[in-house]
Design a protein around this ligand. Structure first.
Ligand code: ATP
Ligand code: MG
Length: 567
């Protein structure tokens, strides 16, 4: 494996950094910077989460601060240990370290309960007997204030008694809630006496059957931030309207008050980044699992061959803003190619093989040709590639009737076989009935060994090859985007978002020919198949049959877009 070279994200200025700089200048948090990444363990992390991870851990590192990993696990019905484990693995893989600061919101259930009691005692929370439906009806509309609950003015002692009995399991699910007493007339719905606790007789993945009441997200998040001494609580824009409530809770509890700051959620073309939709793809069997190489999950991207450095570079490049937008998938691929170009070893592989026979090459001779492992990195050295009389080249690298501007092999045309010889096509053999070309015949120039011109004469093209007698047969899985690019799957509803699936998102090539140097490649090893694309050894590989995932082709559409834009 190539060595991991450092490739840190660029750091353009952004508004969050400016806020922190200002806070440090005024001494708001005593110069401390403490952030957190707070996933809910109800699915696998995706590339959107990577943006948040890079931001939170990146800012902490930049300011000599700390970043916690905290599971926001307040919803027992959708959360699982499998998700916790995958999230831990993925954040680590991305290259970030929370040291000993791995936390769970569920660890704070006891403290949250105490704080709820405190708000009841100070007349700021009450037990409400309205059903969920009735609460909705009382909520009002954007233009009309809500209606106060008939239970709003219960005396504190009664609230306390009822809340204790809620906890003791005396009441069925949904029969009562604990609500904060704020303002049913507020223009902000989040402030219209939001629910703090609900009754839910369900086992939690960590606390088991200890609790039958669970705190709502809004009454958990800021309080968890406060307990951990978080200074800057960075979240996505949809929480902007929740900020007054975040502030209300910490202020009315009189506890440490972190600053919530919102940034734009990542949206990517040609895929979906909603955990709900990703889960549907898995459940419906449209993909093979959360780590299917077509998934935009970190485990899918990793299996596909993406590098942590490439993803971090992408996250640094897109930056953060205050308005949601849509990022081209090709930008992610561009960042990845830049990284893979530096680190992936080159090998020769033929995806669609056709046989070439060098008629004037000795029958039994095998020569070991010197090949460069990575022209970008001399320290990666060279290797020997066996050359012999019968080879494979790509079917598309030969045309019997070459169109104009086609410079690859054709009858009478001389080309260079990479690292080997100049060869000239002398004829073809066709299958009698179909007319398909089954063999291409060539002669070679022994004076051009290594692919060097013997007399200064030039050839217009260099093609890759593998020696037939030495080639290994491997499988290659060629991927395209999961969704057709003309439609936006993200905006389509659950039932029919699968209608825009790309039917060609996976093509399996089972008879790919590859040079023998990859024989012992372990799953996860990354290569550039010269002239073809970047590939990575899949976990489905066995010693009998290697399986490669195409990570990304060599064609950089982003670079093209950029060029066009520059003109
Ligand atoms: P859910 O609907 O299940 O809450 P979520 O996408 O918000 O989904 P979380 O596990 O709550 O998932 O997210 C953890 C953190 O990652 C949050 O701070 C969230 O704001 C951030 N995050 C999630 N999706 C994106 C995205 N597409 N771009 C940037 N940040 C994201
Ligand atoms: Mg969330």
């Amino acid at each position: 494996m190539p060595s991991e070279s450092s490739n840190e994200p660029v750091k353009p200025s952004n508004f969050i950094r400016d806020i922190i700089l200002e806070d440090n200048r005024t001494g708001k948090f005593g110069g401390r910077v403490h952030t957190r990444f707070p996933p809910e363990p109800n699915g696998y992390l995706h590339i959107g989460h990577a943006k948040s991870i890079c931001l939170n851990f990146g800012l902490a590192a930049e300011f000599g601060g700390k970043c916690n990993l905290r599971f926001d696990d307040t919803n027992p019905s959708k959360e699982e240990t499998e998700y916790v484990d995958s999230i831990i693995e993925d954040v680590r893989w991305l290259g970030f370290d929370w040291e000993d600061r791995l936390f769970y919101a569920s660890d704070y259930f006891g403290q949250l309960y105490e704080w709820a009691v405190q708000l009841i005692k100070t007349g700021k929370a009450y037990v409400c007997d309205l059903t969920a439906e009735q609460v909705r009806q009382h909520r009002g509309t954007p233009s009309e204030p809500g209606k106060e609950s008939p239970y709003r003015n219960r005396p504190a002692e009664e609230n306390l008694d009822l809340f204790q009995r809620m906890r003791a399991g005396e009441f069925p699910d949904g029969s009562r809630t604990l609500r904060s007493k704020i303002d049913m007339g507020s223009p902000n719905f989040n402030m219209r006496d939001p629910v703090m606790y609900r009754i839910l007789h369900a086992d939690h993945h960590r606390t088991g059957g200890t609790w039958c009441i669970y705190p709502m997200y809004d009454f958990t998040h800021g309080e968890s931030d406060s307990i951990e001494g978080i200074t800057h609580s960075i979240c996505t824009l949809e929480f902007e309207d929740h900020r007054p409530l975040y502030d209300w809770y910490v202020e009315n509890l009189g506890i440490h008050h972190p600053q919530q700051i919102e940034f734009d959620r990542l949206n990517l073309t040609d895929t979906v980044l909603s955990k709900r939709k990703l889960l549907l793809l898995v459940q419906k069997g449209i993909v093979s699992g959360w780590d299917d190489p077509r998934m935009p999950t970190l485990s899918g991207l990793r299996r596909r061959g993406y590098t942590p450095e490439g993803i971090r570079q992408f996250c640094g490049t897109i930056g953060v803003s205050k308005t949601n937008g849509m990022i081209e998938y090709s930008l992610l691929e561009h960042c990845l190619r830049e990284d893979l170009n530096r680190r992936a070893a080159r090998v020769m592989a033929v995806l669609d093989p056709v046989k070439v026979v060098i008629d004037n090459y000795p029958d039994e001779l095998v020569e070991e040709m010197d090949a460069v492992n990575n022209p970008e990195d001399a320290s990666m050295g060279t290797r020997k590639v066996p050359f012999s009389k019968v080879l494979y080249i790509e079917r598309e690298d030969f045309r019997e009737d070459p169109p104009k501007q086609y410079y690859r092999l054709s009858p009478g045309r001389e080309v260079r076989l990479r690292y080997a010889y100049f060869v000239t096509c002398t004829g073809v053999v066709k299958e009698e009935t179909t007319g398909e070309i089954v063999e291409i015949h060539c002669s070679y120039d022994p004076a051009s060994k290594g692919g060097n011109s013997p007399d200064g004469r030039k050839v217009k093209s260099t093609i890759h090859w593998v020696s037939a007698a030495h080639a290994m047969d491997v499988e290659a899985r060629l991927y395209e985007n999961l969704f057709r690019s003309e439609d936006s799957a993200e905006e389509t509803e659950d039932q029919d978002f699968t209608a825009t699936l790309n039917p060609n998102s996976l093509e399996v090539r089972s008879a790919v020919k590859i040079e023998p140097s990859v024989k012992t490649a372990a799953p996860g090893s990354r290569y550039q198949f010269e002239r073809v694309g970047y590939f990575c050894v899949d976990k489905d590989s066995s010693p009998e049959k290697l399986v490669f995932n195409r990570t990304v082709s060599l064609k950089d559409t982003w670079a093209k877009i950029e060029k066009k834009g520059a003109r």
